[in-house]
Design a binder for this molecule. Sequence first.
Ligand code: IPD
Ligand code: CA
Ligand code: CA
Length: 264
Amino acid sequence: MIVRSAAINVMTAAARKAARGLLRDFGEVEQLQVSKKGPGDFVSAADHRVEKVLRQELKKARPEYGFLLEEGGVVEGIDRHNVWIIDPLDGTTNFLHGIPHFAISIGLVRDGEPIAGVVYQPLTDEMFWAEKGQGSFVNERRLRVSARRRLDESVIATGIPHHGRPEPELFLKQLARVMDATAGIRRFGSAALDLAYVAAGRYEGFWEIGLKPWDIAAGIILVREAGGYVSEIDGGHDMLSSGNVLAANDHLHLPLGSLLRSSI
Ligand code: IPD
Ligand code: CA
Ligand code: CA
């Protein structure tokens, strides 16, 4: 039987509670596509509502921990070691357009290192969760990164820079290299789920630059506990600050990194 720690129980319960409203709102968004005003303000309100529920629930369980919230920013805790890093809605553009691919991401970071993470995809009811030293899971099933060793058999996910995001030229060079060497590239629009899918062995790897800590704090521990590797593209380990991420299974992290670096 899988034993979940108190922290994981708190995180998964908060995610499930917050997801109820999000699912209701997603139903509304599909209707709003055809309205004149569009669903923009409605989605932003939905996003804030999710964050409020998560914050309340986590605060109740661990009153002394701090927060880094995408919408609410930094909230200092009495305990300076433990911080919840939260993206209430990862995949906002998908949600806004009625595309069914988005998630809630909650990372617990201790002294700068992710030690527990939950990424919840409400539409598929997949609760991805991991804790340092305990493994990575989806619902009740243990996760393991994929065993593929060959780039030409691999599916790699990425994020495409948009709207003034950094370094579009570099991205195009990286894309050309990876396209040429692999079985396919996916851009599904949720970095948190991209990392969860690497942990689940659905993608062999994922890279993106210009991410924020709330996009990746939970996903990093999911991949690591599933036996994969996460670093910056140049091999550094400052992903939470730089927003530069390369995640892959244990066989392909090095070759994929070399390929991406050869684009510079
Ligand atoms: C975005 C998603 C997307 C990634 C962007 C992020 P948001 O987060 O994770 O996949 O490419 O860089 O900003 O805005 O949907 O929370
Ligand atoms: Ca995000
Ligand atoms: Ca978001």
